[in-house]
Write a protein that binds this ligand. Structure first.
Ligand SMILES: [Zn+2]
Length: 215
């Protein structure tokens, strides 16, 4: 049976210095809302989408695309962090960068399209607003399906989060920044991948389990 489609989150706190408000960020299940396995959360969002081609001066294209955003969306882009916190009480490092390319790559998703020629094309996209506030877990509570996005600097598209275990109000919705198959790797390997790319030490439920208790 298909799950319900729900909108599930508390308002994201945007006040205060970025370093502080980032600690409060995360997709938290709002009051009176209970998510069941199989539910789908739909997030309509604006995407910045940049081709990832070796020959392309993509840094300039990131700058150009950011300059074309309207005021609200430009602000949303500016609020993106260099790395995201992972609750609870982690030793994460929040890196706030003014550099648009770094801000872009730190928050980017990889889109793979199969062209009519059968070749694979890789693009990077950043979703503004809620999806970029989601925190990582190596034992995530949702899986993510990205939209098909047309070519162009910006486009709208819904991202779907499918709930894989029950979540009560106040609990955090998490997904993985790694590939799904990387979640089967040992803790030390997952942590070093996350540290290298996103600059934080994962403190998720799986990473903080005592060695030997992981089944
Ligand atoms: Zn972890």
């Amino acid at each position: 049976m298909r799950g319900r489609e729900v909108y599930a989150f508390n308002e994201i706190i945007e006040e205060g210095p970025a370093e502080h408000s980032a600690l409060e960020r995360g997709l938290i299940v709002k009051n009176g809302c209970r998510l069941r396995r199989g539910d789908t959360i739909i997030l309509d969002t604006l995407w910045l989408c940049i081709p990832c081609l070796p020959s392309l001066n993509w840094k300039d294209r990131v700058r150009q695309s950011v300059e074309r955003l309207d005021e609200n969306d430009a602000l949303a882009f500016k609020r993106l962090q260099g790395s995201h916190p992972t609750r609870p009480g982690s030793t994460k490092r929040i890196c706030v960068t003014e550099n648009p390319e770094q801000r872009f790559t730190n928050n980017a998703w990889t889109l793979n399209d199969t062209l009519s020629t059968g070749r694979l094309r890789e693009r990077l996209a950043v979703g503004l607003h809620e999806i970029s506030f989601g925190n990582h877990s190596c034992s995530p509570s949702v899986t993510v399906s990205l939209p098909c996005l047309p070519d162009g600097y910006t486009s709208c598209g819904s991202v779907k989060l499918e709930v894989v275990r029950e979540l009560m109000q106040g609990q955090e919705v998490t997904f993985t920044y790694l590939h799904q198959h990387d979640l089967r790797k040992p803790t030390s390997e997952r942590r070093s991948q996350l540290k290298a790319r996103w600059k934080f030490i994962c403190q998720c439920e799986l990473c903080t389990k005592p060695e030997g208790s992981i089944s």
